[in-house]
Write a protein that binds this ligand. Structure first.
Ligand SMILES: Nc1ncnc2c1ncn2[C@@H]1O[C@H](COP(=O)(O)OP(=O)(O)OP(=O)(O)O)[C@@H](O)[C@H]1O
Ligand SMILES: N[C@@H](CCO)C(=O)O
Length: 296
């Protein structure tokens, strides 16, 4: 009966829309076993809202592993113990999906490789930047080529810490992608391209200062501003309190500050800025997580 532990993830890291993501030390756990009938239980985050029928993401992911491995589908009992807030930009859907994939793969004796799991997960989720770090851990850069995903895991720089302000309201990725334009200016594309390149060079060199400078974005955050009341002010508050950089975490609404070591002033400053716009939030200090999904 495999118990899978899957980390939360923060996607985009500013300029790396649908390309960069990093695992964080906050986890969902999922227990999976064959059973006489489908049974899904949810404890913790999302216990009042997450579907418990065949439409459940983890269950659908598990069935995809059976199909890909050429094994007949069986009924499953899945118990989820969730700490990742749902629909807040911390990769809750990716964690559920990866939990189902890795759990089912373990149940079947691991017929699929990690690369095959990343491909399958990306095709189910629609983009690789949460599922790839949820599987591989660390900081991952990923590129899709049709159904195939190329990705590389990098070690997050030593001393990097994050502070995440998590609003009480939810924002689904579907809605947050709905406000993005179909076309962007060449100058905006170049702005992001150049920053992603230098951001990765900074990560490899362990240069937190340069990393912080290269986290601005013109491809998605400006369009998402209206969906997150106070977002601009929260960014400014985090920087003034000493953060190296600030970004929308995934598709939001959480805002993530990147810091050199612990910076206890940053969380309260972000929460106060959100509060000025009528948004209640919780604050978590999260370290990068070097380890991806794991059978515990
Ligand atoms: N443990 C879970 N089991 C099944 N479904 C889940 C689970 N956690 C989240 N989900 C589903 O995923 C949806 C949220 O996914 P969505 O992509 O909108 O947000 P997110 O993954 O939390 O944020 P982001 O992708 O921006 O990091 C929820 O509406 C819920 O139905
Ligand atoms: N890259 C995705 C991450 C959402 O999970 C987005 O920003 O829409």
């Amino acid at each position: 009966m495999p118990l899978v532990r899957v980390p939360a993830t923060t996607a985009n890291l500013g300029p790396g829309f649908d390309t960069l993501g990093m695992a964080l030390d906050l986890y969902d756990e999922l227990l999976i076993e064959a059973a006489p009938a489908l049974e899904i239980t949810v404890t913790g985050e999302g216990e009042a809202t997450i579907p418990r029928g065949p439409e459940n993401i983890a269950y659908r992911a598990a069935l995809a592993v059976f199909a890909r491995a050429g094994r007949p589908a069986v009924n499953l009992k899945i118990a989820m113990y969730n700490s990742i807030p749902v629909a807040r930009g911390l990769g809750s859907s990716a964690a559920a999906l990866v939990g189902g994939l890795v759990g089912a793969n373990a149940l079947l004796g691991e017929p699929l490789s990690r690369d095959e799991l990343v491909n399958l997960a990306t095709n189910l989720e629609g983009h690789p930047d949460n599922v790839a770090p949820a599987i591989l851990g660390g900081l991952v850069v990923a590129a899709r080529d049709g159904d195939k995903v190329y990705c590389r895991r990098l070690e997050p720089p030593a001393g990097l810490m994050t502070v995440v302000a998590i609003p009480q309201f939810t924002l689904s990725t579907r809605v947050s992608r709905g406000v993005l334009p179909a076309r962007v200016a060449l100058s905006d594309a170049v702005f992001n391209l150049s920053r992603v390149g230098l951001l990765l060079a900074a990560v490899q060199a362990g240069d937190l200062e340069l990393m912080g400078k290269m986290m601005e974005d013109k491809l998605h955050q400006p369009y998402r501003l209206p969906l997150v009341p106070g977002m601009g002010e929260v960014f400014a508050a985090a920087r003034e309190a000493g953060a190296l950089a600030v970004a929308l975490s995934g598709s939001g609404p959480s805002v993530i500050a990147f810091c050199r070591g612990r910076k206890p002033e940053v969380g309260p400053a972000m929460a106060a800025a959100f509060a000025r716009h009528g948004v209640a939030c919780t604050v978590k200090e999260l370290a990068p997580c070097p380890q991806g999904a794991l059978i515990v």
